[in-house]
Ligand binder design. Structure first.
Ligand code: ZN
Ligand code: ZN
Length: 699
């Protein structure tokens, strides 16, 4: 039992003793009993308060205000109002303590009309000039729309009254107007009044108004307190206004408010949104006490700024500090695992989520699905999806995207159809997912159908991703000219990467003339696109136009353009191992090399022939061979084979597309070692098993 509790208990004992003495010595006097009642309600003694109140023959205003407060505090809002009605029926004039409790009850009941009629009553009785009542009124109005869905509820009420055309925005404005009206009529305002009106504006996105009020507040010689500051800091975060945010931080330090846990968390958020995560860290470490909100702010801030490892580290520390995570903590931590493709950590977090009973939360389930899909475990993603009772757009989109990434195109399309049948409207991302699936499987007709329905049936304007998927699909299907025209007619400016997919298709279909036209387009929008130059030079090489190829390479060298090094990752024993092509730095390099050599011998026996068409042409055959055989994914796979138990799945991530030769080689390797090998490149997953790949050699 803590100090406050024991103090409260001893107070309650004393109050009861006092009560007993009054009853014994004087009989029951009104004023004494009302004071005891107010003591009881302040000590939250619900039953004692009710019993005492009921024993009073004609309770005075103080007793009424105490009992109303007591009912509101314990959540019996309707009792608060019925007591108020009884009191009015008896002709008792309410005192200034009555309305704040009733207004609070209105806000908690989310009953806008009750609140309005109470407001009318306050005006009639002249209590709008009372500081506490006016503050409570403003607080109620700002709660009405600060709470999600509340404006909608108000709106429903309005349409019942025949104001069907009123929009949600209008309701928000109306509430803010109400807050403002109360505020403007107040003869005296304290810090709470200012803070309430500022927070009300800020919470509803009216940042300029909120800031203007902060300036006015300073003009009225009132100092913002912790509550005011924590309502205005999100404004600067939203606008990524570092300078103003820092000013407020300085103010907080000067006034000794920076150690406040609310301000601390707001500062961490603000700095993170301004991409100054180092300042977030400093604010975090300077906090004398950390609660779930401050931990959550630093985790989210780290992840939002791409510092995934740091975010996960803070999450572990938070658990060590015995702080219970909130739902939102997981919406940062799970995507961090997905980005790092840290499957085993992701699994541990999933286990933890189940233990604390958060697994039925749809947002968490959807981000878990996304994490498993991105880490290569589509089976688990589907398992979680099947367990969700009523799927919403987020979970449908996650499963469709997962299937698309893994080349389960027909499943993706069928999930999309099921979603439509369930009456869930697809959004921008869902269309991206289904079009990607179509493009990976070469489903041209389906893709056209979805592409057109997007705008015509669902009113979603296609974005770059949708155009890119269709262009990619046409290119892969060999409809190169059609793809070229399609990209030229796009309603958004095509990026270098959209054109690059067509360039890749030109190489696959050996169309040098069109490739040259495409390269010109790429140079216009993205002159530093190294991948495009390399692709073009390979196209020249395979058409045996060596001169053009070497001209292009000289040009690249002159411009100082360098290839991004290819890189592969594999997670073994909770540690991520990174490999680059020809990398000799790994401690097991010799063993890896030996394993690759043994494998190669077996592969050649089974009919593997090295395909050097994708290697650079200006090196000799022997060197070409070495270069291909030490591509980063091969090193990672070989390391996986020698360091994990036989029969287990090997998961490798690569930062760029897998080359044709490695793709063939991995098919042989998977068969020889009898393992499933999953490789994720920059756009999709390849599941290699029994000598074939899930992509059907179409990637
Ligand atoms: Zn390769
Ligand atoms: Zn494949």
């Amino acid at each position: 039992m803590n100090f406050i509790q024991s103090f409260r208990m001893s107070c309650a004992r004393e109050a009861k003793k006092l009560h007993a003495r009054i009853v014994k010595t004087k009989g029951s006097w009104h004023s004494d009993n009302s004071s005891i009642l107010s003591l009881y309600t302040n000590l939250n003694l619900f039953h004692d308060s009710i019993l005492l109140f009921r024993s009073l023959r004609s309770p005075p205003p103080l007793a009424w205000s105490s009992i109303i407060k007591c009912y509101t505090f314990h959540g019996f809002f309707h009792h608060s109002f019925s007591s108020f009605s009884q009191m009015r029926a008896l002709g008792i004039r309410p005192n200034r303590h009555v309305f704040p409790s009733l207004l609070k009850a209105c806000a908690l009941l989310k009953d806008f009309y009750l609140g309005q009629s109470l407001h009318a009553c306050i005006l009639r009785l002249g209590f709008d000039f009372d500081l506490y009542t006016a503050n409570a009124l403003m607080n109620m109005y700002s709660k009405f729309h600060g709470l999600g869905g509340c404006a909608g509820k108000v709106l429903d009420g309005l349409s019942e009254r025949g104001r069907a055309n009123c929009s949600t925005m209008a309701v928000v404005t109306m509430n803010i107007d109400n807050v403002r009206k109360v505020f403007d009529r107040m003869p005296v305002r304290d810090v709470v009044s200012w803070s309430t009106v500022i927070a009300g504006n800020a919470q509803n996105g009216m940042y300029e108004e909120a800031l203007a009020l902060v300036r006015e507040m300073a003009g009225a010689h009132l100092k913002p307190d912790a509550y005011t500051l924590s309502s205005i800091l999100p404004i600067f975060a939203e606008h990524a206004d570092l300078i103003k945010g820092k000013e407020i931080h300085g103010y907080a330090i000067r006034n000794g408010l920076d150690a406040d846990v609310f301000i601390g968390s707001s500062l961490i958020d603000m700095y993170a949104k301004c991409t100054r995560v180092e300042y977030s860290l400093r604010s975090f470490y300077l906090l004398p006490k950390r609660d779930a909100i401050s931990w959550n702010s630093i985790i989210a801030g780290s992840v939002q700024n791409g510092k995934f490892d740091q975010g996960l580290m803070f999450f572990r520390q938070m658990l060590k500090d015995k702080v219970k995570p909130m739902h939102v903590s997981f919406s940062s931590v799970i995507p961090a695992c997905a980005h790092l493709t840290a499957l085993s950590l992701g699994k541990q977090i999933h286990g933890y989520i189940i233990r604390i009973g958060f697994d039925d939360n749809k947002f968490i389930a959807s981000s878990l699905m996304d994490m498993y899909a991105k880490c290569g475990n589509i089976k688990m993603a589907r398992y979680i999806f099947d367990k969700i009772e009523a799927n919403d757009m987020v979970s449908w989109t996650a499963i469709i995207m997962g299937c698309a990434m893994h080349g389960h195109a027909l499943d993706a399309v069928s999930f999309f159809q099921q979603m439509l049948m369930d009456g869930v409207e697809p959004n921008y991302v869902a269309f991206m997912a289904v079009l990607t699936a179509c493009s990976h499987a070469g489903l041209v007709d389906e893709a056209w159908k979805y592409f057109y329905s997007m705008e015509q049936e669902f009113g979603i304007t296609p974005g770059l991703e949708h155009y890119a998927a269709v262009a990619d699909l046409l290119g892969r299907a060999g409809r190169l000219e059609e793809a070229y025209d399609f990209i030229c007619k796009m309603r958004v400016q095509p990026t270098g990467s959209v054109w690059s997919t067509l360039l890749a298709a030109c190489r696959a279909h050996k169309n040098v003339e069109l490739a040259e036209k495409v390269l010109d387009k790429i140079i216009l929008v993205d002159p530093e696109n190294i991948g495009a130059y390399i692709l073009m030079s390979n196209i020249y090489s395979s058409a045996q136009r060596w001169k053009d190829a070497s001209k292009l390479r000289t040009y690249m060298r002159k411009k100082g353009l360098k290839k991004t090094p290819a890189c592969s990752w594999i997670e073994v024993g909770n540690k991520v191992h990174t490999f680059t092509a020809g990398d000799k730095s790994h401690p097991y390099y010799d063993k890896i090399n030996e394993a690759l050599y043994v494998l190669l011998k077996q592969m050649e026996k089974e009919g593997y022939v090295l395909d050097t068409s994708e290697a650079l042409h200006d090196v000799d055959e022997e060197h070409k061979r070495d270069l291909l055989l030490t591509h980063s994914e091969r090193l990672a796979i070989a390391f996986g084979i020698i360091s994990t138990p036989a029969g287990t799945t090997i998961r490798v991530i690569k930062n760029i597309r897998v080359c044709v030769d490695c793709h063939t080689a991995i098919k042989f390797i998977a068969k020889i070692v009898s393992r499933e090998i999953i490789v994720r490149d920059n756009s999709r997953f390849h599941h290699f098993k029994n000598g074939s790949c899930s992509c059907g050699d179409y990637w």
